[in-house]
Design a binder for this molecule. Structure first.
Ligand code: PEP
Length: 250
């Protein structure tokens, strides 16, 4: 039985005061950690203070990106050791916005996954197809390729510490959600890749989220599907009320 994981991705939204207000509003209302893993992936600037505020709650704090090197002349970047030093538990890697707008490659994602595990940070590895790829029947090939590349060089045991997020690019921030059956089918295809690479025990253990216009109104159906173990949520994670509703579904 895989524990659902609901992760909010705030992207580049919220002022400092708004971020603190949000965490203060939700931290006592997070369901018990044995029921659902609740994560907020906040802008890097706010991570240390949010980690401190939620220290006694069931909420975990994640980053939205990081470099793969621990230190160096990489102006503007944040390193895995820096994230670990402030107590960050999760990091989103290979989000389509980073792949599309910041040239993040499969190779870089693979290095970042290694760096995250080296620092006991759980990587949330994103994959997903464009609308053109979906319409050309290339969805499975695209996400399978991204996942094979991200997992290259890892043991099965390591893979059980990762989270995979299937996010069709055409569904992110558009209000268009994949049908629960379509999302389940592609999450199942990802699980089949893990099964092929590592066997059924690892495939049954790894958690696969769906992301793309998830809201309180559609999350219950999505989570009812066999291969969907949680959600990566942008817009609907920005307000405490809707984030808490998403967690209730977990
Ligand atoms: C995301 O940011 O990963 C995402 C899925 O956004 P939204 O929920 O707004 O589509």
């Amino acid at each position: 039985m895989r524990k659902p994981i609901i992760a909010g991705n705030w992207k580049m939204y919220k002022t400092f005061d708004e971020a603190v207000e949000f965490v203060e509003a939700v931290q006592d209302k997070i369901p018990a950690n044995d029921k659902v893993d609740a994560v907020i992936c906040a802008p890097a600037l706010y991570l240390p203070i949010l980690v401190q505020i939620q220290a006694d709650s069931e909420l975990a704090i994640g980053a939205q990106n990081m470099h793969f090197e621990n230190e160096g002349a990489f102006t503007g970047e944040v390193s895995p050791s820096q994230l670990a030093s402030v107590g960050v538990d999760y990091v989103v890697l290979g989000h389509s916005e980073r792949r599309e707008m910041f040239n993040e490659t499969d190779e870089a994602v693979n290095k970042k996954v290694r760096a995250a595990l080296n620092h006991d940070i759980v990587p949330i590895i994103c994959c997903g197809e464009t609308l053109e790829e979906r319409e050309a029947g290339q969805t499975t090939a695209k996400v399978s390729g991204q996942i094979r590349a991200a997992l290259e060089g890892f043991t099965g045991e390591e893979v059980t510490h990762m989270v995979i997020a299937y996010e069709p690019i055409w569904a992110i921030g558009t209000g268009k959600t994949a049908t629960a059956d379509d999302a389940n089918e592609t999450c199942g295809a990802i699980r089949a890749v893990v099964n092929e690479l590592y066997g059924s025990e690892v495939a049954e253990a790894v958690r696969i989220q769906y992301g793309g216009s998830v809201k309180p109104e559609n999350i219950v159906e999505l989570l009812s599907k066999e291969h969907i173990d949680g959600a990566l949520v942008g817009g609907a994670s920005l307000q405490p009320e809707s984030y808490l509703k998403l967690l209730e579904a977990g």
